[in-house]
Design a protein around this ligand. Structure first.
Ligand SMILES: *Cc1c(COP(=O)(O)O)cnc(C)c1O
Length: 440
């Protein structure tokens, strides 16, 4: 058996995999056609037939709505913009609380602050790393207005349980499906089960337009408010005869025609790209599930996984070595895009110091907020434990894996696991003898 690459042995994956590129001839032709038309944006910031964007933007939205089985799709220039529009569109008031997961990209939480509402973090499940409905229920207060869910790493949150809570407590559910476009969640697709949801189209996601995003909803009133927030609604409401003008103030969240034309082509590729990732994830699961101390990603019944990230946990009491050492050994074998932990948004300096607008603690210190939101370490014990000690992320979205390449990743894992005893260090909290028990 060859020596570990970490100790000078041969690397299992000698050449780095080429970065993946989903942009091809179709996108180039589509972008060029828009350039030749000279019409790079069809939007006008006043009421009229150009208020809803140009021909490519509207075509992209129709195609998205059809593919995702929703009544309305509203494009935006990023999903960060989409999250801000979504929080505004459901009518969040200053001082309201919105329950949010700590395991997400930070914009999921900051979109709440944009409307001077207060993010309240609830803990995650240790299986799917998504919001834990029981923790959400404990976090509900008289001020709670909504639940902000992220389908993290590509697997839908427990939407049936969260929607049931929403019904019982009269809350709205916003679903951040940036990492899970095309993943199945029950009879529908991830992102379409809440009151409003959406997707990112930034360069790093399954499909992209460079920058961009898409909101989805089945509620025509929410769709209209998304459109107004996207495009300087305050200038439009009088002429359009809009009665509910709360949270309708001036943003420009409009997507360009070139991006929309590229998006139309990318959307056609989405099912194939997600299918490919799903197959890669299942192949890894099959091959890695018997490695002692490694828990492969869980896929719930009725769900599929978009595997934006292949996230697994390692139990160092069983492996006998710290997570960081394992990751180091796997990286040395050439396993690409692999790192320890994810992130806990509640521990960012902004929440620790409660400094968002100005330097004096607004909106937490404002008179409109009557609550007690806290962000101390310890409020999300599962999220913190997993981040600090157990979780490892293998970013599948960086590459389009062939079966052969997947098998080499598997080979690297198996090689490292065969040599666990060599990786053990004196400083480790391993239980003595655990390896001997497992290996013979
Ligand atoms: C990428 C991402 C976002 C932000 O999307 P942008 O289009 O970059 O603004 C938000 N939430 C999650 C979970 C993401 O992965």
């Amino acid at each position: 058996m060859a020596e570990l690459a970490l100790f000078g042995g041969p690397r299992t994956i000698a050449e780095p995999f080429p970065p993946y590129n989903s942009i091809g001839r179709d996108e180039i032709d589509a972008a060029q056609a828009v350039l030749e038309s000279g019409n790079l944006s069809g939007f006008f910031g006043s009421w009229g037939d150009r208020f809803l964007g140009g021909p490519k933007v509207q075509e992209f939205e129709r195609a998205w709505a059809e593919r995702f089985g929703v009544r309305h799709a509203v494009s935006v220039n990023s999903w960060t913009s989409g999250l801000i529009a979504a929080v505004g569109a459901i009518g969040v008031e200053p001082g309201d609380e919105v329950i949010v997961t700590p395991w997400t990209m930070c914009a999921t939480a900051t979109a709440i602050l944009v409307w001077n509402a207060i993010p309240v973090f609830a803990d995650i499940e240790s299986e799917t790393f998504n919001l834990d409905p029981a923790a959400v229920e404990r976090a509900i207060s008289p001020r709670t207005k909504a639940i902000m869910v992220a389908d993290i790493f590509g697997h839908s949150a427990d939407i049936p349980a969260l929607m049931e809570l929403a019904r019982r407590y009269n809350l709205r559910v916003i679903e951040d499906a940036a990492q899970a476009p095309g993943a199945q969640a029950g009879s529908k697709l991830a992102g379409t089960n809440g009151h409003v949801g959406g997707y990112s189209l930034n360069y790093h996601k399954h499909i992209h337009t460079g920058e961009g995003g898409m909101c989805v909803t089945n509620d025509p009133a929410i769709a209209e408010r998304l459109q107004l927030i996207r495009n300087h609604g305050e200038a439009v409401v009088a002429k359009k005869g809009v009665e509910n003008i709360s949270n309708i103030l001036g943003f420009n969240f409009r997507l360009g025609e070139i991006e929309a034309a590229i998006g139309i082509e990318q959307l056609k590729k989405l099912p194939g790209l997600v299918e490919m990732r799903y197959k890669t994830g299942l192949r890894l699961n099959e091959a890695l599930r018997d490695l002692p101390g490694l828990q492969v990603p869980v896929i719930r019944r009725g769900c599929t996984h978009a595997f934006y990230i292949y996230a697994f946990t390692v139990d160092s009491d069983i492996t006998g070595i710290p997570r960081e050492r394992l990751v180091e050994a796997l990286q040395a074998e050439g396993v690409p895009w692999l790192y320890s932990g994810y992130q806990n948004v509640h521990l960012l300096p902004m929440f620790q110091k409660k400094i968002a607008y100005g330097a004096r603690g607004f909106p937490w210190t404002s008179d409109v907020y009557k609550g007690f939101a806290r962000y101390d370490k310890g409020i999300c014990p599962t999220a913190e434990r997993l981040h600090d000690r157990e979780l490892v992320c293998l970013q599948l979205c960086q590459h389009w894996y062939t079966d052969d390449e997947t098998d080499r990743v598997i080979e690297a894992f198996r090689k490292v696991w065969k040599h666990l005893d060599k990786l053990q260090q004196p400083a480790v909290s391993a239980k003595p003898g655990s390896l001997r028990t497992l290996y013979g």
